[in-house]
Design a binder for this molecule. Structure first.
Ligand code: SF4
Ligand code: ZN
Ligand code: ZN
Length: 313
């Protein structure tokens, strides 16, 4: 297949766009799509400092690289989940560290072993929460708190079109309007919450992978060991097959949701939960103590019981 612009060998063919591009013409096209999403949803203001949540994977790596080359003032935030299985967290950290070096931008690190007292892979042993639930909760919490501490008004995350389509399908299958309310390209700033944006929202996973490969973005190729066997992977496969059969399906699905979201969810959007500051840490919550502080307390309590019943020496 040949590049539409110069007839050189194409590195990617995108059936939904009926477009093939070479290694020189693809990266600018990709960055243009990122800029378009930013402009369309007014995600970022020129001159605004952006904190990019980077996991070591291809999507967030491609996002940081693209934003940097589009001229945004970016800094990275890596959450070291402390997952030792297959050396996952250390390897991801190494990829992020190399990217920060390559871009010559600051990288901030939140270490879960320090914050929670253990890695996400050990949480299951002491609480009833599955690792992904504890992980999602802790990541959301620390992302917000780190942004506030570091003086950022916006956090960019690497969610791509496939992620959005999977989340939407999951929410639709369960008719979970509570989660749908929080699914948007931009989550505006609210009391205690920093604005969150998803500039890769209309780019497919294949597109971010090719961008990362062509631009030499370092990334960890192995997926998190806890993602194996998840429902999301099954839904991803279903959507992949639908897309192969009818290119553009994922985009129509997600675009349609954003188009009708306000009308469909009018009632749910109107009834916002009553938020107050967590009595332990100040994070916005509906109860007395936020879910993260409850998780941390549960972990600390179990560890103390464990230490007393198995005294050292
Ligand atoms: Fe966290 Fe689960 Fe994702 Fe792994 S798969 S990074 S444990 S949410
Ligand atoms: Zn070309
Ligand atoms: Zn709290």
């Amino acid at each position: 297949m040949r590049c539409r612009q110069c007839r050189e060998k194409a590195v990617i063919f995108m059936p939904a766009h009926r477009l093939a591009l070479c290694k020189d013409h693809y990266p600018p096209w990709f960055r243009k799509q990122v800029q378009r999403a930013i402009d369309r949803f007014r995600m970022l203001r020129r001159g605004e400092r952006v904190l990019v949540a980077v996991s070591g994977g291809k999507d967030s790596g491609a996002l940081w690289h693209a934003l940097h080359h589009l001229g945004y003032e970016t800094e990275g935030l890596y959450m070291h989940l402390g997952i030792r299985v297959e050396g996952y967290s250390d390897q991801s950290y190494e990829a992020v560290r190399r990217l920060a070096e390559q871009l010559n931008r600051p990288l901030h690190v939140v270490d879960f072993r320090e914050e929670l007292g253990m890695g996400i892979d050990e949480v299951r042993g002491v609480t009833n929460r599955p690792p992904c639930s504890a992980c999602g909760l802790s990541k959301r919490y620390h992302m917000n708190q780190a942004a506030r501490r570091l003086g950022f008004s916006v956090i960019a995350t690497g969610h791509n079109l496939d992620d959005e389509a999977v989340t939407l399908l999951n929410n639709v299958l369960a008719w979970n309007t509570e989660f749908m309310v929080r699914q948007a390209p931009v989550l505006p700033e609210e009391e205690g919450f920093v604005r969150k944006v998803k500039p890769l929202i209309f780019l497919e996973e294949k597109q971010t992978t090719v961008y990362a490969l062509v631009e030499g973005v370092p990334f960890e190729r192995d997926e998190c060991p806890f993602s194996v066997g998840s429902t999301n992977l099954v839904l991803k496969d279903v959507l992949y097959r639908l897309e192969a059969h009818s290119p553009g399906t994922k985009r129509r699905f997600v675009e349609g949701f954003f188009h009708w979201r306000e009308q469909w969810l009018a009632e749910a959007l109107r009834t916002k939960p009553d938020l107050r500051a967590c009595t332990v840490c100040g994070y916005p919550t509906t109860g007395e103590v936020c879910a993260y502080c409850r998780l941390r307390e549960q972990i600390q309590r179990r560890r103390t019981v464990h230490a007393v019943s198995h005294p050292a020496g």
